[in-house]
Design a protein. Structure first.
Length: 332
């Protein structure tokens, strides 16, 4: 037998993976990355800036160094390039809000064995209900993930040069696609369909981005709301398909096809897995989240999207990976 013998190091890190969630979520809740970004700091400096104990600061910094998010040199700590790009508050791609949200989810994982046995949620703790107070934090946290993906989609479709276009964002959440696309194209207009409490959040966020006057909001459920006929040049279905089952996705895609003008394009953004379900790692792992929190969702294969979109009447379907875990699907 050749080669190195396996060690338990990676298994131990996986078993204790919740340590990373807790450390990162706590650091985000205390704005540690923002404090460090201002200037490299000793543990004592950081404790003063964040209003925490020196012992607590040192424990968090040790963990963050171990996770590769903070570097130490001569007793002073600074953010890595990765942390600076994605964990400093005020940046449009900041994921600190998402880190805080996920720290709050750790307890729900204790239900996973029962959920696996049952094949779905064993409590009423599913997220796809209109009056879930969880949306306020989750929607804003997810927006940061979508900004770079929405920008890549806009570049692919040349949204900035498209002139007077009409965009339909289905289950648009924070309105991030409208914010990015309308920011690039001052002649564009958008319509967002979502539950009323979510649209209220989107109105506020879009006003902050200065594009609220070009967005119309339709309050309703996209399963039952009529999309109309030949109204839109582009439709967006972002981070929705994974919480829907095959039949609902096909039905929604068919309604979108009718709502698009001739030559119109549907943009789907989701965590898409390879046809043999061998990768990528993040979408594969995300399947457990959907089992835990959705009634019919999963992470779907490229072959699934191709079959569904073809059945719905689309003739051209292409896929584009992104630097994030999301894959873009374009259907015409």
């Amino acid at each position: 037998m050749t080669g190195e013998q396996p060690t338990s190091d990676r298994i131990m890190r996986l078993i204790t993976g919740y340590w990373a969630t807790g450390i990162l979520g706590t650091a985000a809740s205390l704005s540690l990355f923002t404090h460090i970004e201002d200037a490299p700091a000793t543990a004592e400096d950081l404790a003063d800036r964040a209003g925490i104990s020196p012992r607590g600061a040192q424990a968090l910094l040790d963990g963050l160094v171990g996770m590769g998010l903070v570097e130490v040199d001569g007793g002073r700590y600074r953010n890595t390039a990765e942390a600076s790009a994605f964990l400093v508050e005020g940046k449009p791609t900041c994921l600190s809000g998402f880190a805080k949200v996920k720290m709050g989810h750790m307890g729900s994982l204790a239900r996973l064995p029962d959920v696996v046995r049952a094949g779905g949620p064993v409590t009423d703790a599913v997220v796809e209900v209109a009056d879930n107070p969880h949306w306020e934090d989750l929607i804003q946290a997810l927006a940061a993930q979508s900004v770079p993906v929405a920008t890549i989609a806009a570049e692919k479709l040349r949204i900035a040069e498209a002139g007077e276009i009409s965009i339909f964002d289905i289950g648009g959440g924070s309105g991030v696609y409208s914010a990015v696309w309308l920011g690039l194209n001052p002649a564009a207009r958008a319509t967002q369909l979502d539950w009323a409490p979510i649209n209220d959040i989107a109105r506020r966020l879009l006003a902050e981005r200065g594009v609220a006057d070009r967005v119309t909001h339709l309050d309703g459920d996209f399963h039952t709301t009529d999309f109309g006929a030949s109204h839109y040049d582009y439709a967006v279905y972002s981070n929705i398909a994974h919480q829907e089952g095959p039949e609902d996705n096909v039905a929604i895609f068919a309604k979108v096809r009718s709502a698009l003008r001739p030559g119109g394009t549907l943009v789907v953004s989701d965590y898409v897995v390879d046809d043999d379900r061998s990768g990528p790692a993040y979408p594969l792992t995300f399947a457990g989240e959907m089992l835990l929190k959705s009634r019919h969702g999963s992470t779907w294969r490229r072959a699934d999207y191709l079959a569904w979109l073809t059945k719905a009447g689309f003739e051209e379907v292409t896929f584009q990976t992104t630097p994030s875990p999301a894959t873009l699907v374009f259907a015409r």
